[in-house]
Design a protein around this ligand. Structure first.
Ligand SMILES: [Zn+2]
Length: 253
């Protein structure tokens, strides 16, 4: 195995472990549990989990997707979140190479995974998570140094302000959490990529929104969380936005 492969394997393994921690945050934050204190336990039988139950993905495969103690099926989602984190970490380093900025991008990925899944579960985006995201975004802008501040300030307001007005005029169209998320990501990505971000999230939101609302019974509340689609679109845009935009523009030249 050459040196670079070793680094990517290390990043992937690190991603699995961080993903495991993100699972804890996604489960504990909406349930008002302290995520720093207390050992992890099975949500069904409350058995405290040992080291061998907590190995990301491997425990899941080894235990056949069941709790070792009560044999209750464990949601596959835990393993999927770990794999998602690992894949995104590897892609971040693959696209931006091994440097400080990539580490900050990975932290941004982590916050977005937590925001996306908590929003999916609870239809709520916590202000604290937006502040943490903003902190890492500002840090990334500071480390990059070469950015055009004006492009990023325009990015921050160009979609979020119309979304805010829409949310005011038509209550329930967008949540204010979505507006804040779009504002911070706009600041992060600059206005060109923010347009792409909005386009992709609307596309995903309408496809999945259509599927989700179709499955619901007629009397049910037709609302669904938009945050997860903004987060998926943000992963695509932060990794491949520039490539997608330049490919698209080249079609017309
Ligand atoms: Zn159990």
């Amino acid at each position: 195995m050459n040196y670079e492969m070793f680094l990517y394997a290390f990043v992937a393994l690190y991603g699995l472990c961080i993903g495991s921690f993100l699972n804890v945050l996604i489960y504990r934050i909406p349930n008002n549990l302290n995520f720093a204190k207390g050992r992890s336990m099975c949500p069904n039988c409350k058995h405290i989990l040992g080291v061998f139950d907590l190995c990301p993905v491997f425990s899941y495969l080894f235990l056949g997707g069941k709790c070792r103690y009560c044999k209750t099926k464990i949601s596959m989602r835990y393993a999927l979140i770990e794999i998602l984190t690992a894949v995104l970490f590897v892609l971040v380093f693959f696209v931006n190479s091994f440097n400080l900025l990539s580490i900050i991008y990975c932290l941004i990925v982590c916050v977005l995974i937590v925001i996306g899944f908590i929003d999916y579960d609870t239809m709520d985006i916590y202000d604290t998570s937006i502040y943490i995201l903003l902190f890492f975004v500002l840090l990334s802008m500071f480390v990059r140094g070469d950015i055009l501040i004006k492009d990023h300030l325009i990015g921050a307001i160009m979609i979020s302000v119309p979304m805010f007005s829409l949310a005011k005029v038509i209550p329930g169209s967008f949540g204010f959490g979505d507006v804040e998320l779009m504002c911070v990501l706009g600041l992060f990505l600059g206005w060109q990529n923010t347009l792409l971000l909005f386009f992709i999230s609307l596309l995903l939101g309408s496809i999945f929104g259509f599927i989700i609302t179709k499955k619901m019974k007629s009397g049910e509340d037709k609302h669904f969380a938009f945050g997860p689609y903004i987060c998926i679109a943000a992963f695509v845009t932060m990794l491949y936005g520039d490539l997608i935009i330049s490919t698209y523009l080249n079609l017309f030249m």
